[in-house]
Design a protein around this ligand. Structure first.
Ligand SMILES: [Zn+2]
Length: 182
């Protein structure tokens, strides 16, 4: 355990971690690390540590479940394995973003299909006659001049959806500009 050695004029009760964050000399009194372990749900944090690819997080994960360390605070274990506050925050940040991306990716095929379908032209009710096929004149009904009495017309695909689709495909927009410049 690191015990603060006090010189004649005393030493500050904190030092700095590897990222320059001031931290208390006693690791079990590190309130930022305490707060992290209180706030972050443990199952998710366990997953994040297990898929981190980082040996320090593997050790920390094992120690947190090890009976030998049952009376040792997370702050002390973090310091023991070289895990800083910023390491923890970065781990959780990365894990949350990847989890969110996975959720979004599951919806992506459907959204891509919607976007493509919205872009397509389709048949729809004639806006001139509201799909009835005729209009009222002074001398009575007459076939609708817009749809010829069919009640339906060709409706162009959504312009915004088309623009997005073409941009994604790199046919128009800044992507195309960049590839030209490169
Ligand atoms: Zn019409």
């Amino acid at each position: 355990m690191d015990t603060p050695r006090r010189g004649p004029r005393g030493r500050p009760a904190s030092k700095k971690d590897k990222n320059g964050r001031p931290m208390p000399v006693r690791a079990d009194r590190d309130r930022f690390i305490q707060w992290f372990f209180e706030e972050i749900p443990r199952p998710g944090l366990d997953d994040a540590m297990l898929v981190s690819g980082d040996e320090r997080f593997y050790r920390l994960h094992n120690a947190l479940r090890d009976d030998v360390y049952r009376n040792v605070s997370p702050g002390t274990l973090c310091r023991k394995f070289g895990v800083s506050w910023l390491d923890l925050v970065s781990l959780w940040n990365r894990h949350s973003i990847y989890s969110g991306l996975l959720v979004m990716l599951n919806h992506l095929p459907r959204i891509a299909m919607d976007l493509a379908e919205d872009s397509e032209s389709h048949d729809g009710p004639c806006p001139r006659c509201d799909g009835i096929g005729h209009v009222m004149r002074e001398n009575g009904q007459a076939p609708c001049p817009a749809c010829g009495g069919a009640g339906r017309v060709r409706v162009p695909g959504d312009a915004n959806a088309r623009r997005q689709l073409f941009e994604i495909l790199g046919l128009i927009g800044p992507k195309r500009g960049r590839s030209r410049a490169a």
